[in-house]
Design a protein around this ligand. Structure first.
Ligand SMILES: [Fe+2]
Length: 156
């Protein structure tokens, strides 16, 4: 592994990168899930849901890049193959033709999973003294919890 000026030891950097890869994988799977729903949603709430799913996949697409590039900054390579990320992710793919309510429920679950994965990654980063990754993951966790609330509000 190349030498970094960072005080974080190489073995710790690997643990942080592994936690980040979990975040990258779940963010990537959820990006595609949101775009899938953006394309296929139907019903009276088509307009706002079509728009909200777009807002989610655009946010997540940018986020997976930031998370993956943080891995690179720590000296790790990123397996960007879709199969690898799907296998790693606790968020799962699902059918395209489901009701708008089921789409919302699935997306709430995905956002809550991402919130907790990012919170966990921020803890791992904090325990190794990596404030920058800690901050990135906390910010991502907050965004996912906000999306979860926005989605949940449609069906509560
Ligand atoms: Fe579109």
């Amino acid at each position: 592994m190349e030498k970094l000026k960072s005080a974080i030891a190489p073995s710790n950097r690997e643990a942080i990168a592994n936690a980040l890869y979990q975040c990258v994988s779940e963010t990537a799977v959820t990006t595609m899930l949101a775009q899938n729903y953006h394309w296929n949603v139907t019903g009276m709430a088509f307009g706002p849901l079509h728009k909200l799913f777009q807002e989610i996949y655009e946010d997540h697409f940018a986020a997976q890049d930031e998370l993956a590039e943080r891995m690179r900054a720590l000296g790790s390579f990123v397996d960007g193959n879709l199969t690898s990320m799907v296998n790693q992710s606790k968020v799962t793919e699902c059918e395209s033709q489901i009701s708008a309510v089921d789409m919302i429920k699935n997306m709430v679950n995905a956002q809550e999973t991402l919130g907790s994965t990012n919170a966990g990654a921020s803890d791992i980063a904090a325990s190794h003294g990596d404030k920058l990754t800690e901050d990135l993951c906390i910010e991502r966790g907050q965004i996912h919890e906000k999306f979860a609330w926005m989605l949940r509000s449609h069906i509560e």
